[in-house]
Design a protein around this ligand. Sequence first.
Ligand SMILES: Nc1ncnc2c1ncn2[C@@H]1O[C@H](COP(=O)(O)OP(=O)(O)OP(=O)(O)O)[C@@H](O)[C@H]1O
Length: 335
Amino acid sequence: MIEVEQLTKRYAGTVAVDRLSFQVRPGHVTGFLGPNGSGKSTTMRMILGLDAPTSGRALVNGRPYPSLTRPMHQVGALLDAGAAHGGRSALDHLHCLARSNGIGLARVASVLEQVGLAGVARRQVGEFSLGMRQRLGIAAALLGDPGVLLFDEPINGLDPEGIRWIRELLRALAAQGRTVLVSSHLMSEMALTADRLVIVGRGRLIADTSVAELADRFRTGVLVRSPRAERLAGLLRAAGATVVPEPGRPAGGDALSVTGLDAPRIGELAAREGVALHELTPRSASLEEAYLRLTADSVQYRADLLEHPAPPPAATAAPTAPSAVPAPAPGRGVR
Ligand SMILES: Nc1ncnc2c1ncn2[C@@H]1O[C@H](COP(=O)(O)OP(=O)(O)OP(=O)(O)O)[C@@H](O)[C@H]1O
């Protein structure tokens, strides 16, 4: 488990991470999402004890990284695929890491096999493609068989086959009960890989949510088609719904866009009144669109999505957020 509590990192003139709090639990792939420069790498470096926080703390399995015993057995990380020495073979690189951490050399063969590099283990790392270096970095992270794993942008530079491989590996590691935190600036990738999301903007927490909850929050209504659309519209309005002709379809046609009632309730009302339905489709903004809206202005969209709201900002901080997420525009981004 990873616990980040009020974590803050200031550089001269920049607040890279700003009172960030979240937890990453075992058994899930947690996507760590945010635009470029939003503080993801800095947070990961602080979790791994590579940077000291200005204030707050980051704990791995209940302890700060520097006080972990046999840290490589507790947490593994891929931060920079270029970290391995180019003049060494993959085998030498991993042997070196294994020896200095009291790990048996049989484990090296096992992780090389696991990441698909067994056949090129004696080649110099300098000859490796970016994708092969990423795999080597992952092998190093797995070497101590740790329960907590951090990957910083692991799909960078990978071809589609490599991306699919990483996706499946991350899911398999989580299914084994490990804690997996993976950073990305691509929601499209995280939607396929992660089941939980921690979204940051300008160093601050914007959302700590599941993928399903995020999709739910950006639900934009229900498309209903009926040969008796006018009658149905009257029924739904009487029940409190807002009903407009489906944008892009002729007024007076069979398609309605309904907000304020969910699909089961619309179906029940129609059935009770004997109105036939030809279509009943709940719609949500795409996750990509939800993410872009959230990160477009992190302060504006902040409050309503927090499961664990941050304390009130200090007097010098940015203005407080409004309490509601604006309703997504109707008719946009059908999934
Ligand atoms: N050593 C440093 N000295 C000064 N500023 C830094 C340092 N490291 C990071 N920053 C700044 O802190 C902010 C957060 O950077 P960070 O690399 O953590 O973001 P990120 O979300 O990982 O971005 P990316 O997706 O581009 O990797 C940026 O404004 C960056 O310029």
